[in-house]
Design a protein around this ligand. Structure first.
Ligand code: ZN
Length: 335
């Protein structure tokens, strides 16, 4: 027994398409016996693998929420082999509010795993994913974006895999998603993972999994949404779950290793001097922090501690000391 207090309106073993809610108990002033509705769809047709596709762990990241909802409405059981578990708004209160963190418990779901079955709503959801959902899964994909504060080009995130089979499967999933960039982690993963993310939860349960960063800035980018939907269909096909789908030709993925983030050290207004895809050299000036509150004060220069390519960029102009303004990555073969 997992000890979860969350109940599912869907039967994970039933065949066909079902949709409903995970009921997260939440007793409050206006609703003594109430629950928070986390939307879920299960599409199940006979033998085959189980894929879990999640989005909305951070509520201000939208392409994944739309693309996964699109699969729920467009796919019919006859098209599928195996079982697809779709969770488009995993931290429902955060997604409903359009916020990274849940307004109910101020929690960042993707830093809470393995969660707590008797904890706050976000902790209960994390625990449910780790102890109920992941043990059913063979594969998982968790869709993110840069949220309100950052912007990423479509980027797959994956580990190297423990052992030959997992490494080959992860590469196959990367090629299926066919996003322009892949951020490949050089450490972590496996069943002894201590990561507090959904990726950590999947790894601890032996689920072969990837995640993706898809845009950001608190908006939906139509090209990135198309790329996301295409990638999910291609992934299902590559996992032999969508046999009649005909994937279009692969466009190719540039594999990167993250070098680190560049941070603001002063409060002010951030002016980027570089953009996503630009190359930078170590100690290069990559941005300015302006001080319009002090008219004659010169702007501060932000320099990059790393050489590499700008993978992600801050989407908000106001900065405080400690805010990340860029993430730098380098080609995998060069690190
Ligand atoms: Zn996120």
């Amino acid at each position: 027994m997992t000890g979860t207090l969350i109940t599912a309106e869907v039967d994970f073993d039933a065949q066909g398409k079902q949709t409903g809610y995970l009921r997260v108990p939440h007793s409050v002033h206006r609703s003594a016996y109430g629950w928070l509705p986390v939307p879920i769809t299960v599409i199940h047709n006979g033998d085959g693998p189980t894929l879990v596709a999640m989005a909305g762990s951070h509520g201000d990241e939208y392409e994944g929420q739309i693309a996964i909802s699109g699969l729920a409405s467009s796919l019919e059981p006859e098209q599928l082999r195996g079982r697809l578990i779709l969770l488009p708004m995993l931290n429902f209160p955060a997604a409903q509010a359009g916020l990274r963190t849940s307004p109910i418990d101020d929690s960042n779901l993707n830093r809470l795993f393995p969660g707590d079955p008797k904890g706050s709503p976000s902790e209960m959801i994390a625990h449910y994913v780790e102890e109920v959902i992941m043990p059913m899964a063979d594969y998982a994909i968790d869709l993110h974006s840069g949220g309100s504060s950052l912007f990423y080009p479509p980027t797959l995130l994956r580990g190297l895999g423990k052992g030959g089979d997992e490494a080959a499967t992860l590469k196959r999933m990367q090629e299926a998603l066919d996003l322009p960039f892949a951020w490949v982690f050089t450490s972590g993963g496996g069943r002894d993972s201590t990561a507090r993310t959904a990726m950590g939860a999947a790894n601890r349960k032996g689920v072969v999994n990837v995640m993706a960063e898809l845009g950001g800035a608190g908006v939906v980018t139509p090209d990135i949404l198309k790329r996301t939907t295409r990638g999910l269909h291609r992934l299902l096909h590559a996992l032999e779950m969508l046999p009649d789908y005909r994937p279009d030709p692969m466009q190719g993925t540039r594999e990167l290793h993250a070098r680190g983030s560049v941070y603001a050290y002063r409060d002010g207004v951030f002016e980027p001097l570089k953009t996503i895809g630009d190359d930078v050299v170590e100690a290069e000036t990559v941005g300015l922090i302006h001080h319009p509150d002090t008219p004659l004060q010169a702007p501060d220069e932000i320099t990059s501690p790393y050489a590499g390519m700008i993978l992600c960029q801050r989407a908000m102009a106001p900065v405080k000391r400690g805010d990340a303004v860029y993430q730098i990555a380098a080609d995998a073969r060069e690190t």
